[in-house]
Design a protein around this ligand. Structure first.
Ligand SMILES: Nc1nc2c(ncn2[C@@H]2O[C@H](COP(=O)(O)OP(=O)(O)OP(=O)(O)O)[C@@H](O)[C@H]2O)c(=O)[nH]1
Ligand SMILES: [Mg+2]
Length: 294
């Protein structure tokens, strides 16, 4: 039996969470086209007959601008220490810059590393070999595996390469576990995902979602009440929209996903609140669940 921890590291928006979801076979981490979607360290577990992969999703590397992004970068820095393997996710479609090389070289010294060169479904195939060669010449020693999470391409090869680097050992989590996160956490994240998809610029980045109520009634319906906390009163107006239409739409998409996730009907209510500049206020951040794990 092979089992171990695999830290999934890379720049923001590279496709880390998408790849983990596809490998695990369930949605354990939210995804969006905007950078800085993942804010926490989230475990996603893939169980096979003789292998257990514990993927550690992390916030993508991005320049820190406030106390929240600063905390996110510290989370990422600590997440790839003390793991068995590092899976570095690189957005192949975005090309290779000296920044990418530098980051890969820094990360590869912490543990055995493999590069997943992803999004190959939306880029010219001939660039893959060129980029892999370039990385090698620049001092990246890890093997490069071209994949597409969206099209499910080359994932078996990637898994086998990861498994080869995992230590022998018993399962870390029991076989029915796919994530270390609670239903309550995922409910809030699903709402945050729909907000990331619906709103532009700084608004979604300044949103935290808090669960006030999450319970299953006797008739099986889940009652969910959420606070959508934003940073400024003009953001609140935009979030709600004319006649409440914008928020209603985001909540409706969220409700459908929650129902799929929970396997039952959901009655969802939301309130929008303002907490001025909460992303720079440690006390509020902690209250919203963003705290250092050390
Ligand atoms: N075409 C294509 N798009 C992909 C692929 N994998 C991810 N994406 C898209 O890339 C965007 C970012 O994906 P995420 O999985 O949220 O990226 P991430 O690395 O987790 O981002 P952060 O959490 O912000 O660091 C989303 O729009 C995904 O749909 C892929 O294999 N092919
Ligand atoms: Mg992510």
């Amino acid at each position: 039996m092979k089992s171990g921890y695999i830290a999934v590291i890379g720049k923001a928006n590279a496709g880390k969470s998408t790849l983990i979801n596809v490998l695990v076979g369930e949605k354990v981490s939210i995804v969006s086209p905007k950078p800085q979607t993942t804010r926490d360290r989230i475990l996603g577990v893939l169980n096979e007959a003789d292998r257990q992969f514990v993927f550690v999703d992390t916030p993508g590397v991005y320049r820190a601008r406030n106390a929240l992004t600063d905390l996110m970068m510290r989370t990422t820095e600590t997440s790839y220490k003390d793991v068995d393997v590092i899976l570095y996710v690189h957005d192949g479609h975005g090309g290779v810059s000296s920044d990418d090389v530098e980051l890969m070289k820094k990360v590869q010294s912490a543990a055995p590393m493999i590069v997943a060169y992803t999004k190959i479904d939306i880029m010219p195939a001939e660039r893959i070999a060129e980029d892999a060669k370039r990385l090698g010449e620049a001092g990246v020693t890890a093997d490069v595996y071209p994949v597409s999470a969206r099209k499910g391409k080359n994932l078996r090869k990637l898994k086998d390469a990861l498994a080869a680097l995992l230590p022998e050992g018993e399962r870390i989590f029991s076989e029915d576990v796919v994530s270390d996160r609670s239903e309550k956490f995922m409910i809030a994240e699903i709402m945050r995902e729909k907000i990331l998809l619906k709103y532009d610029r700084e608004i979604p980045h300044g949103v935290a979602v808090l669960v006030n109520e999450f319970r299953r009634r006797e008739d099986g319906v889940y009652e969910v009440n959420l606070d959508v906390v934003c940073e400024k009163s003009n953001h609140k107006a935009i979030l709600i929209g004319k006649g409440g239409r914008a928020l209603k739409e985001a909540a409706s998409f969220a409700r459908k996903d929650m129902e799929k996730f929970l396997g039952g009907k959901v009655f969802l209510t939301t309130y929008v609140k303002v907490r001025e500049n909460w992303r720079d206020r440690e006390g509020l951040m902690r209250e919203f669940g963003y705290r250092s794990e050390e």
